[in-house]
Ligand binder design. Structure first.
Ligand code: V47
Length: 357
C-alpha cells in the first residue's frame, strides 16, 4: 500500500481511512517522515513558525475530574489557586518586561464553580485595554460550553460577547479523542466529541479561528486516532476555520491513567500521519512542552511546521510530569529550528510573519 500512498501524496490526493490506519501500523518511519516533510514544505515551504507568547491558566479549580488531568483541584483543596485580573495583568507585564514585547496570550482554565461569565469578559477586555496589540487566544470549546450553560446564553451569543470583549482566536484543547467509549473512560464528565465539534463549528461560522488537538497515548487505539483526524478534516472542509492541529502526547504522572509515556517513534508517527491526513489544515504544531525540546526539533523533519512559542510558564503538562522546561527563550527556539536546516519564522496569532531569523 505504501507505493499507492506515495503516489497519492505526490499528486496531492486525499488519503482514505484505511490508508491512514495502514500508516499508523507501519514501521517505515523514514518513509513516513519523508512524505510528511514533503507535504509540510508544500504548505509552508521551509519555514518553521514560533510565537512570543505567554500561557496563563487563571485557575485550576475545576468541576470536572478528567482522569488524565493532574492540574485540576477542588475548591479548598491543597494547591488550588485563583488569579485575579490584576495578577493576570501583572504576569503579562512581567513577560513583556522580560522579553521586550509579547505577541500573544494563551488562556486556558478550569471550570470554576463560582466564577461568573462576566469575570471572563472583564478579563479579556482588561487585557485588550492594557495590551491592545497582543492576540488573545482563549478558552477551549469545553469552557465555552460551560460559560453558555452558566449564563443561560446560546453558544453563539456567548462567543459573540467574548469576541466583543477582545477574543481573537481559540485554542484547540478539550478535543481529547472524540470516540464516546474512550471519552467515557478518560473524561466521563466532559462534553461529547459531537458537542466539541458543534461549538467549534459555531466559532468558525462567526469568523473565530481555532486550533484543534488530539490527546494520544493513553487508552485509545489507532482506529480512534484516525476517526478523530477524519472528523477534523470533515469539519475543516465545511468551515476552513482551523489554523493548526496539535497532537498532545500523553503525560502519565500524578493522574489516574497509568501507562508509559508515548515513545518517540509514536510521537513522530502521530505528527507525520496527522500532516498526511489533514490535507486541509495549514499548520501542524509540535508542542515542545509535551514532546520535549529535542523530539519536538526532530518532528520538524516529520511534518510539523510550528513550535508553539516561548510559553514562559506551563502548568497543565508539568503537573502531569512533562520533562521539558516551563518556558523557552526566542534564541533557543531559533537554535532548535535552524539546526534542522529550516528557516525560523516568528509569527503573530494568525501566522503572519513578523520576522524571519
Ligand atoms: O485540553 C491535560 C491536555 C490540553 C494532559 O491551541 C494533557 O495552540 C497530555 O489544549 N497529558 C490543554 N495532555 C492544552 C492545549 C493546548 C496547548 C498548547 C497549544 C494549544 C493551542 C492548545 O492539555 C487539554 C488536554 O487535552 N492535557 N492533561 C496530560 N496528562
Amino acid at each position: 500500500m505504501f507505493g499507492e500512498i506515495r503516489r497519492k501524496i505526490k499528486e496531492g490526493e486525499r488519503l482514505s481511512r484505511e490508508e491512514a490506519l495502514f500508516l499508523f501500523n507501519s514501521d517505515n518511519i523514514y518513509e513516513l517522515g519523508e512524505m510528511a516533510d514533503e507535504v509540510s514544505r508544500k504548505f509552508n515551504s521551509n519555514r518553521v513558525y514560533f510565537i512570543v507568547n505567554r500561557h496563563i491558566n487563571p485557575t485550576n479549580i475545576c468541576v470536572n475530574r478528567c482522569r488524565f488531568c493532574a492540574f485540576s483541584r477542588s475548591k479548598g483543596q491543597e494547591g488550588a489557586y485563583e488569579l485575579s485580573i490584576d495578577e493576570i495583568i501583572a504576569q503579562l507585564k512581567d513577560a513583556e518586561r522580560e522579553i521586550g514585547y509579547l505577541s500573544e496570550v494563551h488562556i486556558v482554565s478550569g471550570l470554576h464553580p463560582d466564577w461568573q461569565f462576566e469575570y471572563y469578559l472583564e478579563m479579556l477586555s482588561t487585557i485588550k485595554k492594557e495590551f491592545p496589540s497582543i492576540g488573545i487566544k482563549a478558552f477551549t470549546a469545553v469552557e465555552i460550553d460551560y460559560f453558555a450553560r452558566k449564563s443561560g446564553l446560546t453558544v453563539e451569543q456567548t462567543l459573540i460577547k467574548l469576541k466583543e470583549a477582545g477574543l481573537d482566536l481559540m485554542p484547540g484543547g478539550g478535543a481529547e479523542i472524540f470516540n464516546s467509549h474512550v471519552r467515557a473512560k478518560i473524561c466521563p464528565e466532559k462534553i461529547s466529541g459531537e458537542r466539541w465539534l458543534e461549538i467549534i463549528k459555531t466559532a468558525h461560522e462567526l469568523g473565530i479561528k481555532t486550533n484543534a488537538t488530539m490527546l494520544y497515548g493513553h487508552v485509545e487505539s489507532y482506529e480512534h486516532r484516525v476517526d478523530h483526524l477524519m472528523k477534523l478534516r470533515e469539519l475543516q472542509d465545511q468551515t476552513g476555520g482551523f489554523l493548526a492541529f496539535i497532537p498532545l502526547s500523553y503525560q502519565p504522572e500524578n493522574n489516574e491513567i497509568k501507562v508509559p509515556y508515548p515513545s518517540g517513534i509514536d510521537d513522530l508517527k502521530t505528527i507525520a500521519v496527522s500532516r498526511l491526513v489533514l490535507d486541509n489544515i495549514p499548520h501542524i504544531k509540535a508542542y515542545w512542552i509535551m514532546l520535549g525540546e529535542k523530539l519536538a526539533q526532530l518532528s520538524l523533519l516529520f511534518g510539523a511546521d510550528c513550535l508553539e512559542g516561548t510559553v514562559i510558564e506551563e502548568r497543565i503538562a508539568h503537573s502531569a510530569g512533562a520533562r521539558s522546561k516551563k518556558g523557552n527563550t526566542i534564541e533557543e527556539l531559533v537554535h532548535l529550528i535552524r539546526e534542522t536546516g529550516k528557516v525560523p519564522a516568528q509569527r503573530d496569532s494568525f501566522y503572519n510573519v513578523i520576522k524571519l531569523w
